[in-house]
Write a protein that binds this ligand. Sequence first.
Ligand SMILES: NC(=O)c1ccc[n+]([C@@H]2O[C@H](COP(=O)([O-])OP(=O)(O)OC[C@H]3O[C@@H](n4cnc5c(N)ncnc54)[C@H](O)[C@@H]3O)[C@@H](O)[C@H]2O)c1
Length: 331
Amino acid sequence: MNLPKVMVTGGSGFIGSHLIDALLPDHEVYVFDIVPLDKAPNLMDAKDHPHLHYTVGDIRDPAALRAFWIPDAEVMYHLASVVGIKNYIADPLTLIDISVIGTRHLLEIAREYNTKVLFTSTSEIYGKNPAIPWDEAGDRVLGPTSIDRWSYSSAKAVCEHMLYGIHRASGLPFTIVRFFNAYGPRQNPFFVVSQSVYKALRGEEPLLYDDGKMTRCFTYISDIVQGIIAAAKNPKAVGEAFNLGNSVETTMKEVIETVIQETNNGTSYRIFDTQKEYGKVYEDIPRRVPKVSKADEVLHWKATIQVREGIRRTIEWARKNEWWLEDGRNT
Ligand SMILES: NC(=O)c1ccc[n+]([C@@H]2O[C@H](COP(=O)([O-])OP(=O)(O)OC[C@H]3O[C@@H](n4cnc5c(N)ncnc54)[C@H](O)[C@@H]3O)[C@@H](O)[C@H]2O)c1
């Protein structure tokens, strides 16, 4: 029996690798990533799967993308991106090149073959909109361009504009999913949950940013993956954007305290003063809460794993995967 074919960019990353694990049993999965397979520990379990087809390439290179393209694939899951505030503050040109220029190349080819694009966007799109919870059609409220953190939001927003525009002009099918603080096993240890687990298991102090009162709606990776696939497969999702986020708000302090309790090895946290460390180019968002009714009504999707359980699963996985706890992975 011929299995449906799908393409995934950024497949060796955190979310991409879990998405691939979920797709492999009943799809031929064609992956395009800048990282060679033998340097992709996230795909350790999947790498010899007969349905996995892996191409090393850079989405900034249109010829490489074109050579990779599978014309009869049912979906292009587009995940390749620079992530992590530290990374886009350090190198805004690479962020723009990969997100904006790379996505532009990808969309030109998708338009040529009329391939459905599932675009992975972010809750950062809404910026600091005070009208919580954030509706998919809500405003984007951003700070000045002198604040570096808005570059990621703006880069992703340009990609979303390209998608809506090409869809209207030439009917290209697309769906956008906006993730709210995805976390879980394999995530690079420089996000709040992953970094706290990494540090606590190494006997180091997790970092509490400022007063820790900021809230996020942490969304466990298995929920994220189910939401991505539901969005890609549902014909009613074409031309639409969906928040994929937990509706439960948790403070940063609660998350870090939960990690400390669940790792149970006597560490405490250290305060990280963002203005001192990052200076004026940094600005944080006090609350980030999704409106979740659209995903529920159209995709029949809801986050099901709550923070303590997700943290427990992440810790359990990290204890068994020593490579993830090696020195220097959180820089
Ligand atoms: N993790 C989150 O909480 C979160 C939140 C919002 C949005 N997202 C989005 O989800 C997607 C996946 O994020 P992630 O957390 O898995 O990040 P990740 O860094 O783990 O994965 C990104 C992948 O993209 C690949 N990549 C980077 N540049 C490339 C290039 N030029 N060509 C080809 N491949 C390239 C990387 O090698 C990596 O495998 C991204 O688009 C990100 O913006 C993630």
